[in-house]
Design a protein around this ligand. Structure first.
Ligand SMILES: NC(=O)c1ccc[n+]([C@@H]2O[C@H](COP(=O)([O-])OP(=O)(O)OC[C@H]3O[C@@H](n4cnc5c(N)ncnc54)[C@H](OP(=O)(O)O)[C@@H]3O)[C@@H](O)[C@H]2O)c1
Length: 339
């Protein structure tokens, strides 16, 4: 099968950062499905793993943890899907990714592809969808429906892949007021189109922009940007008994003290935790993808794909990684088809 590998950690400007190769088609383990990959989206995780230092002698890495395709084989103990089913999934960072014509994934973390989306539109959704559902409803416990009436949610980095999903999921599943941040006219417009009630500029002072809206604090904050530059600011903006979710690891010690008087919390979300540790509830990810699919097919959530490219190759993936690394992507970049 065709596959694209990262042979060694290299800057994306190197023509060897990603390379086209032929690999054997993998054989499913007991709970796996083998998926013929039709489309993949590109996430910052791909670039981070590509650049990460590896132990000496380690194998080249197949990246790509966001895909849609068709099931072509099922493992002996797999029962959720049959050959021919159309699926979407983010997968498991500890296994080879989906930048290959065929990819193995544990059936418990796979969802049926939303019927109203084509493969490329669907490939944009799983990784960010899982991140947002887990962050909002499992880590932060934002109330669904009327339970969040009168509450506010701030999405820092509203136009990126995660932010674009967070705005839509929050507007669909909660009654919280949704504030999003963006710094350019086109990214601000994107946040408004996705349903944000208010758009703030993260290049300008956030406290004064909140007070212009009559708010002194925010109940829930989902920070999709780097944690380090935002940690102290967000601990001052969070409301008494509020919750802040970070999705990017901090690289230095953090000061939790300001949260004490407010009984406020900080939570972490990593959507790869469940597959990585094979947690007993890892099938929740399959359930979340089913729920997301129903919301999409009901017309409540639309694809975040904004940039459709192809075919999937080392060259097109290098271009997509370069765009992702610029930190200016709006929505998702998706690659579809094989040459
Ligand atoms: N823990 C997890 O499970 C998980 C899951 C997914 C992603 N992540 C991580 O979360 C981060 C975001 O992922 P993503 O896919 O949303 O990335 P992305 O799509 O590349 O995000 C691009 C967006 O970031 C915004 N941005 C740039 N600098 C910013 C700043 N200083 N403050 C606020 N926003 C800023 C930009 O908005 P403007 O152009 O308007 O400035 C742009 O639209 C990455 O580090 C990724 O690795 C973690």
């Amino acid at each position: 099968m065709k596959a694209i590998i990262s042979p060694e950690p290299l800057a994306i400007s190197s023509s060897r950062a990603l390379v086209d190769v032929e690999l054997p088609v993998p054989v499913p383990g007991p709970r796996d499905v083998l998926v013929e990959v039709r489309a993949v989206s590109v996430n910052p995780a791909d670039a981070k793993v590509r650049k990460r230092t590896r132990p000496p002698g380690s194998s080249p890495v197949v990246l790509g943890w966001d895909a849609a395709g068709v099931v072509v084989r099922v493992g002996n103990d797999a029962s959720r899907f049959s050959v021919g089913d159309e699926v979407y999934f983010a997968g498991d960072l500890t296994r080879p990714g989906a930048n290959s014509q065929f990819c193995l994934v544990d059936e418990r973390i796979v969802g049926p592809k939303p019927k109203s989306l084509d493969f490329a539109e669907a490939a944009a959704m799983p990784l960010t969808g899982l991140t947002v559902y887990e962050a909002l409803f499992e880590r932060m416990h934002v109330g669904r429906g009327d339970a969040s009436l009168g509450k506010s949610l701030l999405v820092v980095g509203g136009a990126g892949g995660v932010g674009s999903m967070a705005i839509q999921v929050a507007k669909t599943a909660t009654r919280a007021t949704v504030l999003a941040t963006a710094s350019r006219e086109e990214s601000k417009e994107w946040c408004r189109k996705l349903g944000a009630d208010h758009v703030l500029d993260h290049r300008c002072e956030l406290p004064s922009q909140l007070s212009d809206l009559g708010l002194s604090s925010v109940d829930f904050i989902l920070c999709t940007a780097d944690t380090d530059p935002y940690f102290d600011l967000l601990t001052t903006l969070v409301a008494p008994q509020g919750v802040i979710a970070f999705i990017v690891p901090s690289t230095k010690p953090v000061d939790m003290a300001p949260l004490h008087t407010k009984s406020a919390s900080v939570v972490w979300e990593l959507m790869f935790t469940r597959p990585r540790f094979q947690t007993s509830d890892m099938a929740e990810q399959g359930r979340i993808l089913e729920e997301l699919g129903r919301s999409i097919d009901a017309g409540h959530i639309r694809t975040t794909m904004r940039d459709r490219r192809g075919p999937i190759s080392a060259r097109t993936l290098r271009e997509a990684h370069a765009q992702i690394e610029s930190g200016t992507t709006i929505g998702k970049i998706v690659l579809e088809g094989w040459s």
